[in-house]
Design a protein around this ligand. Structure first.
Ligand SMILES: N[C@@H]1[C@@H](O)[C@H](O)[C@@H](COP(=O)(O)O)O[C@@H]1O
Length: 242
């Protein structure tokens, strides 16, 4: 596990975008696993800048996203579909048909989880998976639990996650209670994993992820078993590591 500490969120975003850009440059038809949340927004901004400067070409890139709220239509501004289009897909030359997310409008959980898992596997190996880290150490929407769930599945969101994510909604009642998420197995099959972590409210989760016992109680700890993980974290997120 490689840990890069940066001074600010902006520096974190630049470093992360450079790592992603090098993957795309070396392999123009790569498959990227993408994440949502506030942590990767700056990374996407930097990637858009590189695209606009003519430094990056997404025309052959395929993407698979980690997760999606169950029950939110694509045009809902809080859907991860909307987020990805707003922050990246509509701003670069990626082909819409090469971008994939779980379908939040499919209310048949088993069917959707199986469809998405099969789709991701059929597309090949994810060259780089981008991740954020939840305040409780979750990755994707793999919440703390008694065991690691391997494939894509439907998750009951924890109260603390609903609380953390309510800032994007009118109220906590509007936050969906369930989501589809790639499983730990789906995530761990990626060749490279890049985690962006920012802010003091992530410091404990980051410390537990790096130093705590490997356990499904802190899902991010599983990343220590992956051969190629880079964490880019700002000073505030690293504050408990001193
Ligand atoms: N499903 C997402 C995760 O993929 C994300 O990593 C996490 C942290 O979000 P943020 O970056 O906004 O703190 O929140 C959500 O629950």
């Amino acid at each position: 596990m490689r840990i890069i500490e940066t001074k600010t969120y902006e520096d974190m975003s630049k470093q992360a975008a450079n790592i992603i850009a090098s993957v795309v440059t070396l392999k123009p038809d790569c498959m990227l696993g993408l994440a949502t949340g506030s942590s990767p927004i700056g990374t996407y901004e930097e990637l858009v800048k590189k695209y606009e400067a003519g430094e990056l070409d997404f025309s052959e890139v395929t993407t698979v996203n980690l997760d999606e709220y169950k029950g939110l239509p694509k045009e809902n501004k809080q859907s991860y579909y909307y987020f990805m289009h707003d922050n990246l897909f509509d701003k670069v030359n990626i082909k819409p048909e090469n971008t994939h997310l779980p379908d939040g409008t499919n209310l048949d959980s088993e069917e959707e989880a199986a469809r998405y898992e099969a789709l991701v596997q059929s597309l090949g190996t994810v060259d780089l998976q981008l991740l954020g880290l939840g305040r409780n150490g979750h990755i994707g929407f793999n919440e703390p639990g008694d065991s690691f769930v391997e494939p894509t599945h439907c998750v009951d969101l924890k109260e603390s996650t609903i609380e953390a994510n309510k800032r994007f909604f009118e109220s906590a009642d509007d936050v969906p209670k369930q989501a589809y998420s790639m499983g730990i197995g789906t995530i761990m099959r990626a060749k490279k994993i890049l985690v962006v972590v920012s802010g003091e409210d992530k410091a404990q989760a980051l410390k537990d992820t790096i130093c705590g016992p490997i356990s499904p109680k802190v899902p991010g700890t599983i990343l220590r078993l992956h051969p190629d993980v880079t964490i880019v974290a700002d000073e505030a997120a690293m504050s408990l590591m001193k």
